[in-house]
Design a protein around this ligand. Structure first.
Ligand SMILES: *Cc1c(COP(=O)(O)O)cnc(C)c1O
Length: 378
């Protein structure tokens, strides 16, 4: 793996773009004498809040922490059910288990690959407390419909927008409306702080508890006062990471525009006669976090990945269906329950897409993919 990433001809499925200004800024933080949560964290939060229409934002050392604290702020606890998608990074449902609640999976729409809103109401029971939708590859669900369902059944919404920073819904930025919205700044996301995450809160009332849950339940007062009245974790972001995030946020519009151009180029160049399912061509809402194809039955994904790797191209898997992992089978989930998520989870392949890529890189991926598919086609 390390060898491929150091080979200049290897095209990974993603790579962050960290500029010299950011690197110099990080060096300054390292020399400043204050490297953990401090002024850079406060500045990053202020900039994220401005981005999200002035709503309160708090940052964490991961998107997973942001999601887990979102669930705790929504007062999720044992006995509660949370409706979510089986086609996501496993963090999405692990945090539901982490707070002692139960994930209730609803199959995806095979076109958007997001939770199928048409199936949510049938899954609501008296134990349902919240919906946790995921915006896979940066494509949001229909937020108007989602929040109408939530209002009808009095459910909280925690948006797993880990992949959707920079996406919009009908002209409004993800994060600027809604209940609780969680972002991730992990290295592969559209903007990164190496590791990190953020939550957008519904209002100022949630800020104090959010900050306590982030750091050991501690509140401070006066010169030396300290109290603890709730169990909190160790989820604070460092100033080193926050400074990377600040440098990245400055580039967001440029990164998103570039990803859109490259995604359009994929649609132009990818051979549509070989039976792959392409992503929904949404150029209004998506930030194009990923360009994913579902491979045809005749092409085994592992073989496709191996052959692409041999051609110097990295392919990602995002994601196998969560309910088929051993942990989830142990909770009673079974093959056959969510056929769309299972089929997509077995055959989905993430093609390289990142801001520093060139049009020629897209063409190279399309040429190699179509050669490999054509050779395998019966
Ligand atoms: C990345 C990601 C997360 C978790 O974020 P981390 O920062 O890696 O903890 C959660 N959900 C989805 C859909 C993600 O892509």
């Amino acid at each position: 793996m390390a060898k491929s990433y150091s080979d200049p001809n290897f095209l990974p499925f993603t790579r962050p773009s960290i500029d010299e200004e950011t690197i110099a800024g990080v060096a300054e933080v390292l020399r400043s004498g204050w490297i953990t949560s401090g002024p850079q964290v406060r500045e990053f939060e202020a900039q994220l809040s401005a981005w999200c229409g002035g709503r309160p934002v708090r940052v964490f050392n991961s998107g997973t922490a942001a999601l887990e604290i979102g669930l705790r702020l929504a007062a999720l606890s044992p006995g509660d059910d949370v409706i979510t998608t089986p086609l996501s990074w496993v963090a999405t449902s692990n945090v539901i288990l982490e707070v002692g609640a139960k994930p209730v999976f609803v199959d995806v729409d095979p076109v958007t690959r997001n939770i199928d809103l048409d199936r949510i109401e049938a899954a609501v029971t008296p134990a349902t407390r919240a919906i946790l939708p995921v915006f896979l590859a940066g494509l949001p669900v229909d937020l108007d419909r989602l929040y109408a369902i939530a209002a009808k059944y009095e459910l909280r919404v925690i948006e797993d927008a880990a992949q959707a920073f920079g996406s919009t819904w009908r002209g409004t930025r993800i994060g600027a409306r809604g209940d609780l919205i969680a972002f991730s700044f992990q290295a592969n996301k559209n903007i990164t702080s190496a590791e990190g995450g953020a939550i957008v809160l519904p209002g100022q009332a949630e800020v104090a508890l959010c900050e306590k849950l982030r750091l050991q339940g501690v509140t401070r007062s006066g010169e030396d006062g300290m109290d603890v009245d709730v169990v909190g974790g160790k989820f604070n972001l460092t100033d080193v990471a926050a400074r990377i995030g600040i440098g990245q946020l400055r580039r967001l519009a440029e990164f998103t525009a570039r990803r859109r151009e490259l995604a359009r180029h994929y649609f132009r160049c990818f051979d549509k006669s070989l039976g792959c399912e392409l992503p929904l061509d949404d150029f209004e809402h998506s930030n194009w976090h990923m360009f994913q194809v579902v491979l045809p039955d005749y092409m085994k994904r592992a073989e496709f990945m191996g052959r692409m790797r041999a051609a110097g191209i990295g392919i990602g898997v995002h994601y196998p269906a969560i309910h088929l992992f051993t942990l989830y089978r142990g909770l009673g989930f079974r093959e056959g329950q969510f056929p769309h998520a299972e089929r997509i989870g077995r055959a989905i392949a993430t093609l390289p897409l990142f801001a520093a890529m060139s049009e020629a890189d897209v063409e190279r991926v399309c040429t190699e993919a179509s050669r490999i598919l054509r050779e395998a086609k019966p």
